[in-house]
Design a protein around this ligand. Sequence first.
Ligand SMILES: [Fe+2]
Ligand SMILES: [Fe+2]
Length: 390
Amino acid sequence: MPDAPDSHGTTPTSVAPLIVCDATNEAAARRLASLLSLNILRLDDVAAGVLEPVLDLVVMVNLRDIESVRSLRSGLGEIRPRPGNRAFLVSSGAQQHADEVQALSLGATLLLRRETCFRQLRRMLSVSDRAPVPPRQAEALAKARGGEAILKTGKTLAGLFGSFTADAPIAVGEIEQFGAEVVGSVAEVGADAWLASVRDYHAGTFQHCLLVTATAASFANHHLSDREATLKLTTAALFHDLGKAEVPLHILDKPGKLSEDEFATIKMHPSRGHDYLLRQGGVDPQVLDAVLHHHEALDGSGYPHGLRGEQIAPMVRILTVCDIFAALVEARAYKPANSPQDAIAILVKMALEHKVDYQAVRSLAEVFDMSPPRTLGEVSANLMELERGS
Ligand SMILES: [Fe+2]
Ligand SMILES: [Fe+2]
C-alpha cells in the first residue's frame, strides 16, 4: 500500500496512482484515497508538469473554477495520448456537461460520476501496477495506432458538444474538413487498431461517437469511391448523437431497462441534434437526414418517425449499421465489448428481422475480413440447413 503523504509540499516522483483534489473536495478525496490506497495531492501544491510522471490519476476538482483549471492544466503538462488513466470525477446536475467538456479538454480518459465511481475506480486501479511504458515508446505506440488523430477527434467532439449545450454556433466547414482527416488516419492505421485505441483513450458518449466515426470512415474507405459521399458519411457520424448532450448521464448509462419517460427522453436526441444543425445552416441535407433518422428501422419500428423500407435513404441505413456495430464493440459499465465478429453476427440477425439493411451489414463485414453470404435469402437457407442438421 503506498504511503499517504502529507498533502503539503508533496511532489510525486513515482508512477503510483494519485488523487488530486481542491480544498472543497479534500475530505471526500481523503476517504477515497484511503479506500483505494491512493496517494493524495492538493491542487495548491501542483506545479508545472508535476503530474506528468503519474501513470494513473484521479481528479476531484471544481472544473468550473478557472484558477483550478489553470493549475491542473499546468500540472498536466502537454496533453497527449499517454498510457494510464486520467479519471475525472464529475457531479450530476445542470453543469454536468460543462464539467465533462472541461475534463476532456484536460485530457480525461474516463469521466465518472462521484456517486458511482468507486467500483469503476477500483477496477481501473487494479491494473495500475503494470510496468510503466517508457514515455517515448508510449508516444510512438499511440501515434502508430492513430493516437494523435483520436485525441484531436475527441477534442473536436468535446467542442461540438460544448457548442450544442451552449447553443453556440459551429464552423460546419471545419468539421467536414476534419472528417476528411479521420478518413485518412483510419486508412493509415487500420480500423481494428483505431477501434482498440479509441477504447483506451475515451469513455461514454465520446467513445461511442469516436467509434461510430471510425467505423463509418472504414466503411467509406472500403466501399465508397466518391469522395463527397465519403465525407458526408463521416461528417454524419461525427454529428449523429449530438442531441445526446442533453440526455442526463444517469439515463445514458443506466444498465437496466429504461422507464417509458427515460426512453422518451432518449428518443428526443435525433431531432434535437438535427434541429441544432439545421439552425447552423450549410449542413448538407443528406447529413441532416442521417442525423435525424439514424434510429429508424426498415420494419417501421424505429424512431422518431417510424419510417419504413425505401423511406430510409441508403446513407442513413449505412450510418445506422455503423452506429449499432460501434455500440456493440464498445465496453460499457454494464456490459463487456463484443468482438467485431460477434457484432456482425448480431447485425445479420437484425437484418433477418427486417430491422437493418443486409447489404450495409455485409459491406461492413468485409471491412473486418468477413464474408457473409451474398443475400439474406442465402443466410436464411444456411440457417435452415443448420437447423435440419442439428
Ligand atoms: Fe443515436
Ligand atoms: Fe449513436
